[in-house]
Design a protein around this ligand. Structure first.
Ligand code: ATP
Ligand code: FE2
Length: 323
């Protein structure tokens, strides 16, 4: 079976095509050019204008015709309502006009499942860090459970807002990473509450520091603080769950310093550490297609009226029937 997946939770529009044996035949991602924060309606407009071309390009890359697609999946949430609706409407149109089944997939679980597919990790504890999410997740008794998460903004959002407000540019992650290559540590608020995290106070303090400190020092300190917080919670979840694998997913996972810090922790705990390639680390359509295949082949059937979107769709709401 071949599945086409449409990802559209925020500013990126992705179309991926994956086969049941786990081969990624195409994975095209188009970024909306951003000059400030993400505006949901403008991002949705971008997706609506580009879906036809992205779809065409993905089919061409895979060497397939739309008639060869046997299942269509879309990101049901979490995400921005207007963007999610474009992905859902596109998927419904494909489903109806080609008489093929449709499946709505949880975006967070999509990140985890594509990570498991490409790395070969079997039952990992996952750190999922992106612009909209920061969670520590592991599978247990039929569901993906959230062991720790941010109480306010996501770590990627913290870094992006810092870079935007200091004029470093957009998206902030890779820019701050470059500036943080060397620097002196300046104390910043380190906020871990039990298994949960908070990044908004860190953002405010870093912005304040940037007014009169060296920007390299602030970038360095921002990364060190935020990533140490993430590693601390992840480490405790490793110890608690007893999992012997660790998987890193989400756009912030591309960061080398975060990878290095997690690798050290994993080594100390004798845990195998898996990092997917950058093409599947951030938002993409293949992760939605693959999760769609896993769900459908385990018996999930969605009627058209089940294909509504859910803006706050948590990973732990989904009954996992494919593991
Ligand atoms: P989600 O919907 O899962 O929240 P998203 O829309 O934020 O995802 P992703 O592609 O998963 O999309 O992640 C984008 C985030 O990753 C941005 O915040 C970006 O700054 C960050 N990022 C990308 N590269 C790096 C890097 N090298 N270092 C740190 N952060 C990075
Ligand atoms: Fe994502």
């Amino acid at each position: 079976m071949i599945c086409l997946g449409i990802e559209g939770t925020a500013e990126k529009l992705g179309v991926g095509i994956v086969s049941m044996d786990g081969e990624i035949l195409a994975n095209v991602v188009k970024h909306q050019p951003l000059f400030g924060g993400i505006h949901p309606r403008e991002a949705a407009q971008h997706h609506a204008e580009n879906i036809k071309d992205v779809l065409k390009e993905a089919l061409k890359k895979a060497g397939l015709d739309i008639k060869d697609i046997e299942l269509v999946a879309f990101s049901k949430g979490p995400g921005m309502g207007p963007c999610l609706r474009v992905a859902a409407i596109s998927a419904r149109t494909i489903s109806l006009s080609n008489s093929i089944p449709i499946v709505g997939a949880n975006h967070c679980i999509g990140h985890i499942e594509i990570g498991r597919l490409v790395t070969g990790a079997k039952d990992p504890l996952t750190l999922y860090v992106s612009g909209g999410n920061s969670q520590v997740i592991a599978y247990d008794s039929g569901r993906y459970r959230v062991f720790g998460e941010t109480l306010d903004i996501a770590v990627g959002n913290c870094i992006d807002q810092f870079a935007r407000n200091t004029g470093l540019g957009n998206p902030g992650g890779p820019i701050v990473e470059r500036y943080a290559k060397r620097g002196e540590y300046l104390p910043l608020p380190y906020i871990v509450k039990g298994m949960d995290l908070s990044f908004s106070g860190l953002l405010t303090a870093a912005l304040k520091k940037a007014k009169n400190a060296d920007i390299q020092d602030v970038c360095y300190s921002l990364q060190e603080t935020a990533f140490s917080m993430l590693v601390e919670v992840t480490e405790r979840a490793v110890a608690h769950t007893g999992k012997d694998e660790l998987l890193l997913v989400g756009g912030v996972g591309i960061n080398r310093r975060l990878q290095e810090m997690l690798a050290l922790m994993a080594e100390e705990h004798d845990v195998n550490f898996y990092i997917p390639g950058p093409e599947v680390m951030g938002d993409n359509g293949a992760m939605i297609a693959w999760l769609g295949l896993l769900m459908y082949s385990s018996g999930t059937r969605h009627r058209l009226e089940d294909t509504t979107v859910i803006q706050r769709y948590r990973a732990d709401e989904v009954e996992v029937n494919w593991r």
